[in-house]
Design a protein around this ligand. Structure first.
Ligand code: DON
Length: 516
């Protein structure tokens, strides 16, 4: 807000928030990971900045398998072998240079101050830090920052991060070279080499972001723009295209009929995601076909009447962490909108900090198809388009999204939560467009998710009335409760009054909606 008040635009503010969250939300906000920034400028121009991590150049398809071809548990999620080459610093810097109006020094100053001077921990912060206490204890350089004399921090304590302040100061003064061709690179490469990793300075020197057009769709007259592969827009738009053919509103919110159609749309969209999609620099994604309205109509033909499409395998979801990424939405007085989702994947990523660099490194390598037919941390069973290759980016579910109506920004949204991201963005959009909810209701309404494999419909408490749950079981769906869902921090612009409404998702106690 300070950046906007000082005359900055939404991109300046988004970059400042990106760095500030790397300090105040160390589980998830980051400089050690990657993500996507979706920009809609007031002049109508749209851009998608893809700063997703890349596999190290020494990565191989079978690097997480033993001699028998079995996945070695934990190798793609913990420690240096799990780390993809981070993209956040490059992404934020390029966004600022191209679309911002302020200097790097200006937008990074608040983050550096928060790191060096510290900030007071609230309950939400402490709850998140507590989930890492065991991990922190095993490494002295981590424990010295995130534990207080070996014990968990308490509400009201200040978290001071001197090492991170120094790292941010280096980036602020020297730019991306500090991170990709300098002192920070050396620290990460050294720690990786000493701890079984494969990162080299060439990985950092060769890291690039991409800047492309977003991919979108038109849903009932609303223009939806979102994150192209490796992001989640195709999955989101496939679900919207399928559902557009049904009178959702008349069928009723979470009625047996509307649920069956919504779950079927999810099932087909995830099947296609897991079958066809991968890093567009490496594989040809059949974007046009998957996004065509004809294809959606063909899928509608296949959806049986009030009966679940059989999904063969039944196994339980392996992850119960649903909030380990960060999404934020920014809108400025000029009408520029920015949606950013960025991540180190799991809470505190790979759980490691290189030397005295002060920040956690990601475990994004787990988003690749580690082995065909084997589910990843989010239960996603992915295909050969997403196998590990040197320099490739793993497929992501992150779906920062902007909705435009009559040429004006209507909604800015997105969320963390791994595979449940596209289905949540879907629900936020249909809650508003079909079910007339305001942004707060739409964001905070209980959610459901279905990805076919595992064959479980997961539901948030109070999402479904018990008779409907029974009806779903009778149709062949396997319904189970799920507790942790990510925060869809969103903005809505009233088309009549142009008033801005910010929605803080109450699922995450450390979030906030703010304006001036
Ligand atoms: O890019 C992805 O799809 C995941 N690495 C995002 C991880 C995430 O949202 C964590 N929250 N559960």
């Amino acid at each position: 807000m300070q950046i906007l008040q000082n005359g900055g635009n939404a991109v300046d503010a988004a970059v400042a928030v990106g760095y500030a969250l790397a300090v105040t939300n160390p589980c998830c906000g980051n400089i050690g990971g990657g993500g996507f920034m979706l920009i809609h400028l007031a002049n109508g121009k749209d851009t998608f900045i893809n700063f997703r991590e890349k596999a190290p150049l020494a990565a191989t398809q079978n690097m997480y398998l033993d001699k028998q071809g079995k996945v070695i548990s934990g190798l793609s999620t913990k420690g240096y072998l799990a780390v993809g080459v981070p993209g956040t610093v490059m992404g934020l810097d390029k966004a600022l240079a191209e679309y911002g109006t302020m200097t790097r020094v200006q937008v990074m100053a608040p983050a550096i101050k928060l790191a060096s001077g510290g900030f007071g921990l609230q309950q939400g912060d402490v709850d998140i830090l507590n989930t890492g206490t065991k991990k922190f204890k095993t490494q002295p350089n981590v424990a010295s920052i995130f534990l207080k004399n070996g014990k968990s921090y308490q509400v009201g304590d200040r978290l001071v991060q001197k090492n991170l302040a120094q790292t941010l100061q280096l980036i602020s003064s020297l730019g991306t070279n500090a991170f990709y061709k300098g002192a920070i690179t050396q620290k990460i490469v050294k720690a990786s080499q000493e701890n079984g990793g494969i990162l080299t300075s060439a990985d950092f020197a060769n890291y690039t972001i991409t800047r492309t057009q977003p991919i979108g769709c038109n849903y009932r007259g609303y223009e939806v723009i979102s994150a192209p592969p490796p992001g989640g827009s195709i999955t989101l738009c496939q679900m919207l295209n399928i559902l557009e053919g049904y009178p959702l509103k008349q069928l009723g919110l979470r009625s047996k009929a509307s649920l069956h159609l919504t779950l079927s749309a999810m099932l087909y969209a995830y099947r296609d995601r897991n079958t066809y999609l991968g890093d567009p620099d490496f594989v040809k994604n059949p974007v046009e076909r998957l996004l065509s309205k004809d294809y959606a109509a063909q899928i509608r033909q296949k959806i049986p009447k009030l009966c679940a499409t059989p999904s063969k395998d039944l196994y339980s979801i392996t992850s119960h962490e649903g909030t380990n990424t960060t999404h934020y939405s920014v809108l400025d007085r000029y009408g520029n909108a920015v949606a950013v989702t960025y991540t180190i994947n799991s809470y505190f990523g790979a759980g490691v900090i290189a030397g005295n660099s002060g920040f956690f490194l990601n475990n994004e390598m787990d988003d690749f198809t580690v082995s065909l037919g084997v589910p990843n941390n989010f239960g996603l069973v992915q295909g050969s388009a997403n196998i590990i290759q040197p320099g490739k980016r793993p497929l992501s579910s992150m779906t920062p999204t902007i909705v435009i109506k009559n040429g004006k920004v209507l909604i800015v949204t997105g969320r963390p939560g791994g595979s449940t991201i596209p289905t949540t963005v879907l629900q936020v959009l249909i809650n508003i467009i079909d079910y007339d909810m305001n942004i707060n209701e739409a964001v905070n309404a209980p959610r459901i998710h279905y990805q076919g494999l595992p064959n479980l419909v997961i539901t948030e408490p109070y999402a479904l009335k018990s008779p409907v749950v029974q009806e779903l079981w009778e149709m062949g769906y396997r319904v189970t409760p799920f507790l942790t869902w990510g925060a869809a921090e969103s903005i809505f612009v009233d088309p009549k009054t142009e008033a801005l409404y910010g929605a803080n998702d109450s699922r995450k106690s450390a979030g906030k909606a703010a304006a001036y």
